[in-house]
Design a protein around this ligand. Structure first.
Ligand code: PEP
Length: 258
């Protein structure tokens, strides 16, 4: 089934409110006529609302970078899916490897956060991927299986079909060393097979599986043209309007497996 390529900028802990608004103001006119790609920006929580307002009426969507699984409560420092939705997000990144490594996210919390995202009306962008050690021990597919089994436990086929899964090999994030197109294709093919096996043909066919890890203007075409690669999650190269624009244009130009 043809799928619209999905390109999401993960701004991490970069960009103040003013910087985020300035970016969106410059970017929205540049992508106005691009309709072969879904474009999403994930600002820090502080800039979520302002970025969403700046993007209003454009073809740019907004994602939160995380959420808490409860709707509200005594959870100092946390932000719920309902809050992110009200601030203007339509997606939420969940289980990014930086959250797993630095902030104790686990497959179990990822599972709760995905359910909370759906309950709040947000589309989850769920991140999975192996570390370098795990790859060198040839455990990549086992790690992905575990993350899918535990992280997506209890989800319906319909929910899987509406999710975006980001395959992000941890060793490729922020290192400048992207997975080769063949490595990405092998991992994405494996994820798609498991989705088919565990959630059904339709869910597997509809779910967009995007690649993340040192995506740049000069490697997006090769990566996005691989079978089962439906777009990209972009960190460093999304911080600059021009380089992110090049990536988005390449994906819209039919680079992704659509
Ligand atoms: C990310 O943070 O999701 C990411 C892929 O970062 P980078 O593009 O900088 O590797």
């Amino acid at each position: 089934m043809p799928k619209l390529p999905f390109i999401c900028a993960n701004w991490k802990m970069y960009k103040t409110v003013g910087e985020a608004v300035q970016y969106v103001a410059a970017f929205r006119g540049l992508v106005r006529d691009l309709d072969g790609v879904e474009i999403v920006l994930a600002p820090a929580f502080t800039a979520l609302h302002a970025a969403a307002e700046a993007a209003r009426g454009s073809n740019i969507g907004i994602a939160a970078q995380d959420l808490h699984w409860e709707r509200e409560g005594a959870y100092t420092g946390e932000v719920s899916g309902a809050m992110a939705r009200e601030a203007g997000a339509s997606y939420a990144i969940i289980g990014h490897s930086e959250r797993r490594t630095l902030f104790a996210d686990t497959d179990a919390t990822v599972n709760r956060k995905i359910a909370a995202a759906f309950a709040a009306g947000l589309g989850p962008i769920a991140c999975i991927g192996e570390t370098l050690d795990q790859r060198e021990r040839q455990e990549t597919f086992d790690v992905l299986d575990r993350q899918i089994k535990l992280g997506f436990d209890g989800l319906t086929g319909d929910q899987i079909g509406r999710m975006v899964i980001a395959y992000e090999p941890v060793w490729a994030i922020g290192t400048g060393q992207n997975a080769t197109p063949a490595q990405a294709a092998a991992a994405h093919g494996h994820i798609r097979r498991r989705l088919r096996q565990w959630f059904g043909e339709e869910a597997a066919g509809r779910c967009r599986i995007i690649y993340g890890g040192s995506v740049k203007p000069d490697n997006i075409r090769d990566l996005a043209s691989q079978p089962d690669v439906d777009g990209a999650l972009v960190g460093g190269a999304s911080l600059d309007v021009r380089s992110f624009l090049e990536i988005v244009k390449a994906a819209a130009g039919g680079g992704a497996a659509i």
